[in-house]
Design a protein around this ligand. Structure first.
Ligand SMILES: [Zn+2]
Ligand SMILES: [Zn+2]
Length: 167
């Protein structure tokens, strides 16, 4: 059995537009290689950091990732195995990339209870949970605001007419 601990930079972006281990991000690999009669068993503990945006409030998030891998690299191409030994080498990068991409969240959030952005002003609600807006957006209030226009002047005019008649 051989053991190796290495730190290598991610060779390119692993992930998607929302969250990824970016190119050059350090990837720590703690590996054990054991030979089997038909291949090499590779066990690896991988740790790295994925970066992206919270899908609710859009701030940058850093997500530490710890992934455990156990894969057989077959000596001969075999459909039973995803990976094979090429010559005398095993190319670990596709295996590590596959495992890391699988471990990425579909909807990364800055914290589980992130409440997102205010629908009116776009402020991040976690930063400013109690803020209020002076102009209410409730459409019923918007309709009442319209009453202060010409109709109300008519009503005042009508009142003064009746007052004059009483005199
Ligand atoms: Zn958030
Ligand atoms: Zn707001």
């Amino acid at each position: 059995m051989r053991e190796r601990v290495v730190d290598v930079p991610a060779p390119d972006g692993w992930g998607n537009a929302v969250i990824a281990v970016r190119e050059g991000e350090p990837v720590h690999l703690d590996m054990r290689l054991e030979s089997l009669h038909d291949g090499v068993l590779v066990s690896a503990d991988v740790s790295t950091v994925a970066r992206g945006e919270c899908v609710r409030c859009l701030i940058d998030v850093e997500l530490p990732l710890e992934v455990e891998i156990r894969e057989v690299f077959a000596y001969s191409r075999d459909e039973a195995f995803d990976y094979d030994v090429q010559g005398t080498q095993v190319d670990l990068e596709p295996m590590v990339r596959d495992a890391v991409v699988l471990a990425l969240p579909f909807q990364p959030v800055c914290q589980d209870d992130c409440t997102g952005l205010c629908p009116e002003c776009g402020v991040r609600l976690l930063d400013n949970p109690d803020h209020e807006h002076e102009t209410p957006v409730d459409p019923r209030w918007a309709a009442l605001a319209g009453l202060a226009e010409p109709q109300q002047i008519d009503v005042i005019g009508a009142k003064s007419d009746t007052e004059e008649e009483k005199r």
